[in-house]
Design a protein around this ligand. Structure first.
Ligand SMILES: [Zn+2]
Length: 163
């Protein structure tokens, strides 16, 4: 038995399609369930729409599943981080070591900087002293410097090699 939905308005009726939405829906569904015509435009449209809705629902299901997994993973990552970085944990100890190494490095750099500043200050003081010397006394100063150098050399070489 074949059900056919005929939606042609009756010429005698003043308002042709006075079917309630529920009745229209049930008639349409009954037609679609039993219609096997490949040329029926109504069924083709309905099948296209149903396929689109199914695709959208599948996408939405996939999205929800991914969101659920991401939430679970984020929570477990947070718990792991709390455990690892808690005092006494592996991450805590590693960070402690790293921090101390950085501190040592910073201390070394600061000491080096202070020593460089000291050397510079000493050099500036000597330059000032030389600058303050009266003109013409360079020869005497040079003699003094050479005497100091000779003394230093002698002290470095030692008395056994020298005598
Ligand atoms: Zn049909």
């Amino acid at each position: 038995m074949r059900h056919r939905l005929v939606l042609t308005p009756q010429p005698t009726s003043p308002r042709p399609l006075e079917l309630g939405p529920d009745l229209l829906k049930s008639l349409l569904l009954r037609h679609v369930r039993h219609c096997h015509s490949s040329r029926c435009a109504t069924c083709a449209k309905l099948r296209t729409r149903i396929a689109a809705v199914k695709r959208r629902r599948a996408l939405w299901r996939t999205f929800r599943a991914i969101a659920r997994v991401a939430g679970v993973l984020a929570l477990s990552r947070r718990r792991a981080a709390c455990r690892v970085y808690a005092p006494g944990g592996v991450g805590y100890l590693q960070m402690e070591e790293e921090f101390e190494a950085m501190q040592r490095e910073a201390k070394g750099a600061a000491v080096e900087k202070a020593e460089a500043a000291q050397r510079e200050a000493k050099g500036a003081a000597i330059a000032e002293e030389v600058e303050a010397m009266p003109r013409g006394s360079e020869g005497a100063a040079m003699e003094e410097v050479e005497a100091i150098q000779r003394e230093a050399k002698r002290a470095r070489c030692g008395p056994s090699r020298r005598s």
